[in-house]
Design a protein around this ligand. Structure first.
Ligand SMILES: Cc1cc2nc3c(=O)[nH]c(=O)nc-3n(C[C@H](O)[C@H](O)[C@H](O)COP(=O)(O)O)c2cc1C
Length: 189
């Protein structure tokens, strides 16, 4: 079984990336195949609302990394989307991915249905619940299944390295990883 994580932070070695690494390492140790895609900082367009995918199911008219990630999402059993908090919201890259992958999935009749989905968020002080809600709303409208952890999936972190000092944040990521493994083993047999 395959687990795909997408880092929506432009910091390739930042808090969100390290949070995702914790979740993936739990899954990898349990025998799952894991992959991280670095999305933050890569040029991307938002959805053009052009209707191209309606006439070409699963294909986006925009020629950037979203198509590649959407194709990886279709192959994955679990998808973990991570974003830092930017003005109490997602990064622009993660928003572009959600809007476009959401329409691509719907254009093919719901390719993400019943996959496992988890959201992860780094936050200095406030706004992370909104970030988690935005990602989880995407999972829910796709008919995906969302596991929990022992706290909401966030770490209190600002500069690089802060996540490693947040013991509760680390435990939350480890427990999220364990719950993803447990859930996948139950539903995939
Ligand atoms: C443009 C911008 C907006 C931000 N807005 C918020 C915010 O609304 N609330 C907050 O607590 N932190 C905010 N932060 C801080 C980041 O969420 C925090 O530094 C986080 O750890 C960055 O994660 P990363 O290392 O994965 O990039 C903001 C940072 C930037 C660059």
């Amino acid at each position: 079984m395959k687990i795909l994580a997408v880092n929506g932070s432009p910091r390739e070695d930042g808090n969100t990336k390290n949070m995702l690494d914790t979740v993936l390492s739990v899954c990898k140790n349990a025998g799952f195949e894991t992959e991280m895609f670095q999305a933050g900082g890569k040029p991307v367009r938002g959805c053009l609302s052009c209707g191209f995918c309606g006439n070409h199911p699963g294909q986006c008219v925009n020629n950037d990394w979203v198509q590649e990630v959407y194709d990886k999402m279709k192959e994955a059993d679990a998808i973990i989307l991570g974003s830092p908090t930017y003005f109490a919201d997602l990064t622009a890259e993660m928003k572009a991915l959600i809007d476009r992958a959401g329409y691509l999935s719907m254009s093919e009749g719901g390719t993400l249905k019943r996959k496992v989905g988890a959201a992860v968020c780094a936050v200095r002080r406030a706004g992370s619940i909104h970030v988690l809600d935005s990602i989880q709303h995407f999972f829910l409208i796709q008919g995906m299944i969302i596991p929990g952890s022992t706290y909401w999936n966030l770490s209190l972190s600002c500069v690089r390295g802060d996540y490693e000092k947040d013991q509760e944040g680390i435990a939350t990521m480890e427990n999220l990883g364990k719950n993803i493994v447990w859930l996948l083993e139950k539903i995939k047999g």
